[in-house]
Design a protein. Structure first.
Length: 354
């Protein structure tokens, strides 16, 4: 998703105020998108726009990816196998070098490879609160260490950065590329098998990364995020009006400037000048499936704004015949990705891939 594209976008100072959420189906010339074919052209422009202002560059999906087994342990009852892996990307960035990052696979004995959940995390060994449910349903779980792709900080001399010197990659884009690398491995590990159905998961900053990955990699069947808020599933415009405790563009770009393209900070306290909002990111997932989970008391993540942008993205899902594939799940509680969130996501994943 490079922003060095054929499209021309203006800087913040040159843009007018747009108080309401920009209509994703309204072309720059004022005509409306009315067919799926017209949407595909609009989608390319909006993808480039989101890269230019928000995520920065995301490298193309790697084509040769293997998994190196580091250790394997089988559960006493034989129901599942835990495997620690290195995901190995060959010839990264055309450099002739291999690049590896750590992951853990939980493979049910009855798994067919049909359904796989891929989760980004700062700890690939983090427990899954509904592991037994996944095993019973035969759903494979792969959790990868996103910090192996890019550290969660300003340093840009490790991870994938040195392998793509000509791209303006930021942390969320690097983590999204980690999803793309895992997806390539899942698609190519067994040439005789049918294509897997992939659901990606992330919480908070990890949910912002899954949002980015869902836009750039159409091999993903179900895109999910939990408590991703500002820069994820929330809403830029009017965020502080929805709740004074909500995180804003100014908050997030001051605290985590390395997550986003530098331009996003120029919209602090003037989000109304952005030519898109977070509903645009949701629309770019359509017609594939999207579910966001939110805690009603997770005010920083703007659960109200999540509902606003979900509804604003719905016309695109409707246009593409995917009206039932844009969902928000609310529960009581705060900033977490707990058993209820996992259950809602897996229920949705199973339903849309039946």
């Amino acid at each position: 998703m490079p922003y060095s594209s054929s499209f021309h976008f203006k800087e913040a100072d040159e843009l007018p105020s747009i108080p309401d959420l920009p209509d994703p189906l309204l072309s720059p010339d004022g005509t409306r998108v009315e067919t799926p074919g017209q949407w595909m052209s609009m989608r390319e422009r909006l993808k480039a726009m989101v890269a230019f202002y928000m995520f920065g560059d995301v490298p193309p999906a790697p084509t040769r990816v293997d998994a190196l087994t580091l250790s394997t342990e089988t559960a006493r009852d034989g129901s599942r196998t835990y495997t620690l892996l290195d995901i190995v990307v060959h010839d990264i960035g055309g450099s002739g070098q291999d690049f590896a990052f750590r992951a853990r696979q939980i493979l049910p004995a009855r798994a067919t490879g049909e359904r796989v959940i891929v989760k980004n995390s700062g700890n690939p060994l983090e427990p899954c609160p509904i592991e037994d449910r996944l095993v019973a349903d035969g759903i494979e779980l792969v959790t990868f260490d996103r910090t192996g792709l890019a550290p969660d900080g300003p340093a840009m001399d490790t991870g994938i950065y040195p392998h793509f010197p000509d791209l303006k990659i930021k942390v969320l884009g690097a983590w999204a590329w980690g999803h793309m690398a895992v997806n390539t491995w899942l698609y190519t590990r067994n040439p005789d098998a049918s294509s897997p159905r992939i659901c990606i998961m992330g919480h908070s900053r990890g949910g912002k990364a899954t949002t980015c990955a869902g836009i750039v990699d159409e091999r993903i069947d179900v895109v999910t995020s939990s408590g991703s808020g500002c820069g994820g599933a929330g809403c830029y415009r009017g965020a502080a009006d929805m709740n004074p405790k909500v995180e804003t563009v100014g908050n997030i770009t001051r605290s985590f400037p390395y997550w986003f393209a530098d331009r996003l900070a120029t919209f602090a306290e003037r989000e109304d000048r952005l030519p898109f909002d977070l509903h645009t990111l949701k629309a770019l997932v359509a017609p594939r499936a999207l579910i966001t989970t939110e805690g009603n008391q997770d005010y920083w993540s703007n659960p109200i704004g999540t509902g606003v942008t979900c509804r604003a993205a719905q016309p695109v899902f409707d246009l593409l015949g995917a009206s039932d594939r844009n969902v928000v799940y609310y529960r009581d509680g705060g900033h977490a990705q707990n058993e209820k969130d996992w259950t809602a996501i897996v229920d949705f994943f199973v339903r849309v891939t039946e």
